[in-house]
Design a protein around this ligand. Structure first.
Ligand code: NI
Length: 171
């Protein structure tokens, strides 16, 4: 069955994902399917809960880097230095917002072949990994905004959805 990306309002996006107990070969297939969706939708990161898989897995692919798979990730260090950066999400399509997060992070995880690794990253990669780790906790980037900012963003999001719907009906 083809996976699709769940959008805001779907309860699965709000649940805490469970740890992966054993990384067998099914995770290579899952990671491949997730990367496929990520590329088709021109995103930079996609987490399990976004495709209805409530497990601690996400894929990341930023320009100039290789595709990466993270299973049971934990951010073990964050820099004191922070950075403001624009974020969007495939589950909240069409809207973006500036968010402040640590600039550099150290992450420990396993890849789709069950190999553990630790990396220290900055830039866009650090940003995307933090965003995806949030997804595993049922947290969306809009949750980090002030109430006023979030309301403005959601209003815009609602209007975009309405426009799309009207287009569909008038066809
Ligand atoms: Ni997202």
């Amino acid at each position: 069955m083809a996976m699709e990306v769940l959008t805001l309002g779907d309860e699965q996006l709000r649940q805490k994902a469970l740890a992966v107990k054993k990384i067998d070969e099914s995770y290579q297939r899952l990671a491949d399917s997730m990367l496929d969706i990520l590329h088709k939708q021109r995103g930079v990161g996609l987490a399990g809960p976004q495709v209805g898989v409530l497990e601690r897995i996400f894929v990341v692919h930023v320009e100039g880097d290789v595709p990466r798979v993270f299973i049971n990730p934990s951010i073990i260090e964050t820099s004191e230095a922070q950075l403001s950066f624009e974020e969007g999400c495939l589950s909240v399509p069409g809207v973006w917002a500036e968010l402040i997060r640590p600039k550099i992070i150290k992450v420990q995880a396993w890849n789709e072949r069950g190999r553990p690794f630790t990396i220290e990253v900055g830039g866009l990669l650090a940003r995307v990994i933090q965003h995806e780790c949030d997804h595993l906790e049922g947290v969306l980037f809009i949750d980090h905004l002030s109430e006023a900012k979030r309301e403005r963003l959601l209003e815009k999001y609602g209007n975009l959805k309405l426009k799309k719907l009207k287009k569909k009906i008038s066809r």
